[in-house]
Design a protein around this ligand. Sequence first.
Ligand code: ADP
Ligand code: MG
Length: 258
Amino acid sequence: VALSRSSPQKHAMKQQAKPLILAVGSGKGGVGKSTLSVGLAIALRKLGLRIGILDADIYGPSLPKLLGVESERSRYEDSKLKPVMVDDLPTLSIGYMIEPEQAVMWRGPMLVRALKKMLLEADWGNIEILIIDLPPGTGDVQLTLAQNAQLTGAVIVSTPQDIALADARKAISLFDRIEVPVLGIIENMSGFECPHCGKISDIFGHGGAEREAEKRSVPFLGSIPLDQELMAAADVGEMISRINSERTGASPITAVAR
Ligand code: ADP
Ligand code: MG
């Protein structure tokens, strides 16, 4: 208020445009939401955009481990929660506030409070897109976001199997109910790339998500094969360097981001 009274232009300059908010969801756990949230963030940044990642999985945060920064701690500065910067990428996770082995045993209201702090009280800087890595399910986190954030759109991740697709359908119906556009479906763990010959084998299934997208008239964004190197890099917190080392445009994640 003081600024706007003394200098309206200065005040206008201080105001930051609100970032677009993309939720990455699936309904089901273990299908690659967190991996793809990080992958999309890095791929979108490669396209020249300023990105932040919010790990909304309060009971099972995996962002700090994926990024290899489990010992980092978020802090408050000027009464704003400061994201942890990882390779110029602002990130927030409940994992920065608890010990790695510690279980979060909170009832709904505590979860909602923690999520709102990360969403509304954090200094995300001048990012253009905030990627929200959702937990599985259609519960407190999803509903809190629906009420407190203007989600621009949701990206649904599924593996090719019917069991995962059934939960992806539930996620799509949730986003329909809360009127958030579903930007498309990504099929993760889609086939298996032989490390020796490079051929994609269908041993793990392939194509289910594309058929589902067609049935529901939702865009199909692309498929990402099971990738041993990606999995190994995630386990040792080296996803960023793994994806950065890929040739621009050649990786499936960059293709999906485009
Ligand atoms: P979610 O967030 O949906 O629970 P994660 O992103 O944590 O799933 O992925 C679950 C596990 O699968 C992780 O160990 C991750 O490294 C691995 N993973 C995800 N996508 C792939 C892939 N395309 N190829 C190989 N491993 C993958
Ligand atoms: Mg996850």
